[in-house]
Design a protein around this ligand. Structure first.
Ligand code: FES
Length: 72
């Protein structure tokens, strides 16, 4: 039986965390909901709980979102 990816994941399949199958869209949703740190995003999504390879990428997304808020 083939592995089926949920439709939402298939449409936005830019994975930030491969271990926990967390997408960039998921991280942005956390930030929009008020997450301010990689730890908060980990607590919500699980990203960074395993190998932690994704933590730098999550921090970069957080920084970019802070910069966008500062510009606006
Ligand atoms: S890639 Fe995120 S915990 Fe491994």
């Amino acid at each position: 039986m083939p592995y089926l990816i949920p439709l939402r994941k298939a449409v936005h399949a830019m994975y930030v965390c491969v271990c926990e199958a967390v997408t960039e869209h998921d991280v942005h949703a956390c930030i929009a909901a008020g997450a301010k740190s990689a730890r908060q995003i980990r607590d919500i999504t699980g990203a960074g709980r395993d190998c932690a390879t994704c933590v730098r990428k999550i921090c970069a997304i957080l920084k970019r979102s802070e910069e966008l808020v500062a510009i606006a």
